[in-house]
Design a protein around this ligand. Structure first.
Ligand code: SAH
Length: 253
């Protein structure tokens, strides 16, 4: 089995593919003001198996376009949506976030949890702004430094894995710089990494390795995940995901 298929097998069985929690999605929703409105059209970009999509569908009067590169994740999302009785509010779209099929100014909100890094934060918030109606909402979570300085080992790891990692004030300046005003920001708590993401992931390692007969590639995937988890456990006071909620300002004259 190739590397990508193995990754999809390990992560596709999960309820989420990155840090976050239903409570985080609900807090971001409260900050967004979206619940006061009806008949919304929302895109959830890089939705995975639908952790945030399902909360949005349950909490809002909205039609949701759930976008992910991998149909395998979207199939699981569809099954989960059926179970929760919200299938009719969700349309799945298997495509890249770099090639979104939306009309300009057609969306009330662009939601994206733990996925905008695939295109790069500043590129994403700038490109996706064009799909928002005037006054539309952007809600994105993104790897964020919690402090002005940090241990060298942690800094070096993320500087090489994701060079766009920055403090919240730098991320907020990027959001403001491309035509939004900030509605809210909060950092995800350690429980949103450990309880909802890393612990369930760790619990799948043994079954995954057995299923793939301890193939070298499967072992190296698990070793990589274990390294990342170990790093997070040691340095959780310095790094998290930040949740950024912002509103589109009119184009500058
Ligand atoms: N929002 C989900 C998944 C986060 S993981 C959650 O919080 O659980 C990042 C997601 O981005 C994965 O589902 C991955 O398949 C998707 N992804 C990666 N590259 C992508 C791309 N170019 N276009 C769309 N989705 C992409």
């Amino acid at each position: 089995m190739d590397h990508l298929k193995l990754l999809l097998d390990l992560h596709g069985r999960a309820d989420r593919q990155g840090p976050g929690s239903d409570e985080d999605t609900k807090l971001a929703l409260r900050l967004s003001g979206l619940k006061a409105h009806k008949n919304l059209t929302i895109a959830d970009i890089g939705c995975g198996t639908g952790a945030s999509t399902l909360v949005l569908a349950e909490e809002l009067d909205a039609s949701i376009k759930a976008v992910d590169l991998f149909p395998e994740f979207l199939e699981r999302l569809t099954v989960r949506a059926e179970t929760k009785g919200v299938r009719s509010r969700i349309q799945t779209i298997a495509t890249s976030m770099e090639d979104l099929p939306f009309e300009p100014e057609s969306l009330d909100a662009v939601w994206s949890e733990g996925a905008i890094y695939n295109i790069g934060f500043e590129t994403g918030v700038k490109a996706w702004r064009s799909f928002l109606k005037p006054g539309g909402v952007l809600a994105v979570s993104e790897l964020t430094w919690l402090t002005a300085t940090r241990p060298q080992e942690l800094n070096d790891h993320w500087a090489s894995e994701y060079p766009h990692v920055a403090t919240a004030s730098e991320k907020i300046a990027q959001i403001e710089g491309v035509g939004y005003t900030l509605l809210g920001y909060f950092p995800l708590a350690p429980s949103s990494w450990l309880d909802t993401y890393y612990r369930p992931l760790q619990a799948r390692f043994d079954v995954f390795l057995t299923k793939h007969k301890n193939a070298r590639d499967a072992q190296s995937i698990v070793a990589g995940e274990r390294r990342e988890i170990g790093l997070y456990e040691r340095f959780s006071s310095y790094v998290s995901y930040g949740f950024y909620i912002a509103q589109k300002l009119p184009d500058r004259a």
